[in-house]
Design a protein around this ligand. Structure first.
Ligand code: KIV
Length: 274
């Protein structure tokens, strides 16, 4: 049975929630089978699935395409789909229309959008339309050009207070959860204690109500840069590379396919061919 936002909210201050990103049907099935509480169809799909340098080019159509596949695989897991860059920034009505499209067309349980107090009016309107919202503050990758890079946020008194104020504003607007990205652990803990909403941390220490990671990062799917906050639970890149190399070699030396991978035809049929 799918959990509701109230099942998730009952974990506030209790047993921490687990969340992973997913962008396709089979990964969603496996995450679901593992009993992970929540899946995020992140706009990080721009980086990890589509090969863009950042998330800015991702469209509502991209999110719907991947969101649908994930929702088909996530039989029990609560699914959140990201609202991409410029799908809510432009106006309250664009925000409600695009959140509605995403929910209607993917069958997800909530949408996520980046930004604090400045987007409280969008969050309020989306929630009033019946769509649960996860806010995302701290490092907000859609604002990478304003932030000047992917840096830890909230390190000065002003920045830390601003983060707490943003968390209170988005919770007040109706967000049931808040993603805290790249925030010092003690500040994330303070935010967690300051709001009734669930905090889901990524690079925000273990004092949050839950954790989220990009699944390619935690599986070691690529051999590129790994952020400090990522723990690699596997080294899939190595496993895949070895398998691809072995396959190439076996194609080239005809050791694949073997008779066990091969269909037969009777001699009688063969003899009749000319
Ligand atoms: O898009 C994404 O994967 C995210 C996570 C980094 C939280 O927003």
């Amino acid at each position: 049975m799918k959990k509701s936002i109230y099942d998730l909210l009952s974990r506030k201050g209790g047993a921490p929630l687990s969340m992973l990103t997913a962008y396709d049907y089979h990964t969603a099935c496996t995450i679901d089978e593992a009993g992970i509480d929540m899946i995020l169809v992140g706009d990080s799909l721009g980086n990890v699935m589509l090969g863009y340098e950042n998330t800015l080019a991702v469209t509502v159509e991209d999110m719907i395409h991947h969101g649908k596949a994930v929702c088909r695989g996530a039989k029990n897991t609560f699914v959140v789909v990201d609202m991409p860059f410029m799908s809510y920034q432009t106006s309250v009505s664009d925000a409600v229309r695009n959140a509605g499209r995403i929910m209607k067309e993917t069958n997800c349980q909530a949408v996520k959008l980046e930004g604090g107090a400045v987007y409280a009016d969008r969050i309020k309107a989306i929630v009033e339309a019946g769509i649960p919202v996860v806010a995302h503050i701290g490092l907000t990758p859609q604002s990478v050009n304003m932030l000047g890079g992917y840096k830890v946020q909230g390190k000065t008194v002003e920045a830390a207070q601003h983060l707490i104020d943003d968390a209170k504003a988005v919770a007040e607007a109706g967000a049931f959860a808040i993603t805290l990205e790249c925030v010092p652990a003690a500040l994330a803990q303070k935010v967690t204690e300051s709001v009734p909403a669930l905090t889901i941390g990524i690079g925000a220490g273990n004092g949050c109500d839950g954790q989220v990671l990009v699944y390619q990062d935690m599986l070691g799917y690529t051999d590129g840069f790994t952020p400090k906050f990522v723990k690699k639970y596997a080294n899939l890149h190595e496993v895949m590379l070895e398998a691809f190399k072995q396959y190439k070699a076996e194609c080239e030396n005809r050791t694949f396919p073997t008779p066990s991978h091969t269909f037969k035809i009777s001699e009688e049929v063969l003899e009749k061919l000319y």
